[in-house]
Design a protein around this ligand. Structure first.
Ligand code: UDP
Length: 389
């Protein structure tokens, strides 16, 4: 298949591109790099089945040649990002979605919308089923994202009903994993970045609000199943393992071995109190369920973050990023008790002479193997067991 992925250089989008290329699809990745990152797709640029186009899908979307599916993932997605870019967020949810739908319509392609659990707002039903219409403040600060995605769902259904486009809507719950931007202000990336740099973990509110965190590899399997299906949705994709933010902070401290303290800050406006997906529909219609436990996913994510230079991000996260305001600038950042790994290393240092056995370290760098040292790091997986709903 030839698949267009908008937002393909972003955190989730780039993992989708990887997955599709691995199974021999051809991918056209469109991204304006406003919150995406070229480094996420740098390994793909030399692949002849991969094409990257730097463009803002809100301005228009023209792709020549055959298109079999359009996966529309372009949008700022972390609260600080969309609060700092309110107009761009509304534009990509509305005009960007329309442009992506028009491309699918013209091409006779399958269209999959990345919608969000934010369409449920601060839900009064728990866990959230797809039939729940939500509790959204239409004029609050988060409305730029929530209402943009609600409009995106509405226009997707209109193209389905009135133009006969083969559309599918996914409601994606909190997702985490490698390639999150350390400074993007989401809770998992922030806590790991802070823990690794010996900075206080910034808990908003009293930490009793809950989220359910899905590891990115699990999510991407669900997204691709949706692309391959004719399901209209909406279908929730997320992990039903619900944790309080305070529990998450404790877990991150434990898994990273950090001695950071936690500090409390005011809860952002309209911050949802409880969130957990009901994934019955995803399991029934897509045969999908998450398999990676929160502990294991956080281990993998922390291992990746240890290989990134997160010092500047940790400094920017001091004091939190409430309601999209710039964080307070501290002239002196104290770097107490860092438990960082080999930060600042290039991820792909040149390997030793070809022919010499090399060992890949935890950050993907190669060094010559010592005599008798030919082991490779085993990838631990939790097998194919569904996490309990
Ligand atoms: N949060 C926090 N500290 C942070 C970042 C976020 O306590 O440094 C909280 C936030 O208030 C929310 C939860 O963690 O209750 C999840 O926030 P995130 O920004 O990751 O995503 P959301 O689910 O709100 O879109």
């Amino acid at each position: 298949m030839r698949i267009v992925v908008t937002g393909g250089a972003g955190f989730i989008g780039s993992h989708i591109c990887d997955f599709l290329l691995h199974r021999n699809d051809s991918v056209v990745c469109i991204d304006d790099l406003s919150t995406g990152n070229l480094a996420n797709i740098s390994d793909l640029l030399s692949n002849r089945w991969f094409r990257f186009v730097r463009a803002d899908v809100s301005a228009g979307l023209e792709v020549h040649g055959r298109v079999d599916a359009v996966a529309h993932f372009a949008s700022p997605a972390s609260p600080p990002d969309y609060l700092r870019r309110p107009l761009e967020t509304l534009a990509v949810g509305s005009r960007g979605t329309e442009n992506a739908l028009r491309l699918a319509d013209r091409s006779g392609a399958r269209f999959v919308l990345a919608s969000t659990s934010e369409v449920y707002g601060d839900p009064v039903e728990h866990p959230q089923r797809e039939g729940y219409w939500g509790n959204v403040n239409p004029v609050g600060p988060r409305s730029v994202y929530d209402e943009a995605k609600r409009y995106a769902e509405a226009v997707t259904m209109a193209y389905h009903r009135h133009r006969g486009v083969n559309t599918g809507i996914l409601r994606i719950f909190n997702t985490y994993g490698p390639r999150m931007r350390p400074e993007d202000g989401r809770v998992v990336s922030s806590f790991i970045t802070q823990a690794l740099n010996g900075q206080a973990l910034t808990i908003y509110g009293d930490g009793t609000q809950t989220r359910s965190f899905c590891y990115v590899d699990d999510l991407v399997r669900g997204v691709v199943s949706m692309i391959d299906s004719d399901e209209v949705g909406p279908i929730n994709l997320g992990c039903p393992d619900e944790r309080t933010v305070a529990e998450l902070a404790e877990l991150v401290l434990k898994l990273t071995g950090s001695h950071s303290v936690v500090q409390y800050y005011p809860l952002p406006t309209d911050d949802p109190t409880r969130r957990r997906p009901d994934i019955t529909l995803a399991t029934a219609r897509l045969g999908w369920c998450p398999e990676v436990s929160t502990e294991e996913g956080l281990q993998r994510t922390s291992a990746w973050f240890r290989c990134q230079d997160t010092r500047a991000a940790a400094a920017a996260l001091v004091g939190g990023q409430l309601d999209g305001q710039s964080p307070p600038r501290l002239s002196e950042i104290s770097w107490s008790d860092p438990v960082v790994g080999p930060q600042g290393q290039q991820r792909s240092r040149p390997a030793a002479d070809v022919g010499d056995p090399t060992i890949q370290d935890d950050c993907g760098a190669h060094r010559p193997a010592l005599q008798g040292e030919f082991t490779t790091t085993a990838v631990t997986t939790s097998g194919s067991t569904c996490l309990a709903d």
